[in-house]
Design a protein around this ligand. Structure first.
Ligand SMILES: C[S@@+](CC[C@H](N)C(=O)[O-])C[C@H]1O[C@@H](n2cnc3c(N)ncnc32)[C@H](O)[C@@H]1O
Length: 281
């Protein structure tokens, strides 16, 4: 599939899903952020010890979706800018920030088009680029993404990305017998893997028109190499036994809104990773 067609396919899918994800009672529980001014997303709470003090930090959140994590980072003291290519996701994110009384600057841009992102939010201005949790799989090339991250950062600025581990993303997710079976590419390929799935990852009664999506996996070594090649210094690489979504039916919920493989299987394969890097001052 042509790359432009793949990105357009994904945009149509995300635009439709953003509305369903924002509906009251879904996994994103937007109302909680309005009711409780101290509420921070589970995703950001997981990252908080790694993020440290965010007071006054200028942050940009790539692929911010409904802005729950962006808002959470703002609540931890950062001055946040959010970027996403879905107009309906951004509409929800802006509405959430307004209802929550937070100042977050949202911009529409396609992250596969680095020049467009830089034109929208400015180059070399950020102390923190934050992204992940279902973000990198929508991008064809880690090399382009890493260059964009580097271009966004001010000297001394840093990247924190936590996302689904490429080893997990290569598994057959539909197995119901508990076996971990490699069924999809681990390494980056020009051609995306195209899925056709009727639903989404939150419970909803909505019927979607756009059911196809195109994803790219990126090996961990490819990702780290791309970040180094873009001029960043790697400061941390962790592999985790949990992930904030139920990627396979037999995963069990663990504290903090995370999911893990049951029993001994938890030690067999990493489910997510955190990569941190810094731009030299
Ligand atoms: C699973 S969400 C991840 C966001 C966040 N971790 C969350 O769970 O709220 C994926 C987001 O990536 C955005 N996205 C996908 N491809 C994109 C692209 N090429 N440019 C900008 N945003 C993109 C989608 O619109 C969606 O909001």
């Amino acid at each position: 599939m042509d790359e432009r067609a793949a990105v357009d396919l994904n945009l149509a899918g995300w635009d439709e899903r953003a509305l369903a994800h924002a509906a009251p009672g879904t996994g994103y529980r937007l109302e909680q952020y309005v009711e409780d001014p101290a509420r921070v997303s589970d995703v950001v709470a997981f990252d908080a010890p790694r993020l440290g003090d965010l007071a006054g930090v200028r942050g940009v959140h790539l692929q911010c979706h409904l802005g729950t994590d962006t808002l959470s980072l703002a609540r931890l003291g950062a001055r946040m800018t959010g970027v996403d290519f879905s107009p309906s996701a951004l509409e929800q994110a802006r509405a959430l920030a307004e209802r929550a009384g937070a100042e977050v600057d949202y911009h529409r841009a396609d992250v596969t088009d680095g020049a467009a992102v830089l034109a929208a939010v400015g180059a070399g201005r950020y102390d923190l680029v934050y992204t992940g949790i279902g973000a990198l799989c929508w991008l064809p090339r880690t090399a382009d993404w890493a260059r964009l991250v580097s271009d966004l950062l001010a000297p001394g600025g840093r990247l924190l990305v936590r996302d689904g581990h490429p080893a997990l993303l290569a598994l057959d997710h539909d197995r119901t017998d508990g076996e971990l079976v490699l069924a999809h590419p681990y390494f980056e390929r020009p051609e995306p893997t195209v899925w056709d799935e009727p639903g989404t990852y939150v419970e909803t009664d909505r019927v979607f028109t756009h059911t196809r999506s195109a994803e790219w996996n990126h090996g961990l070594g490819e990702l780290v190499t791309a970040v180094i090649a873009a001029g960043l210094q790697v400061t941390g690489l962790e592999e985790h036994r949990s992930i904030p979504w139920q990627a396979m039916g037999h995963m069990v919920e663990v504290p903090g809104g995370e999911w893990a493989l049951p029993g001994d299987a938890a030690d067999r394969i990493p489910l997510s990773f955190t990569l941190q890097a810094r731009k030299p001052a």
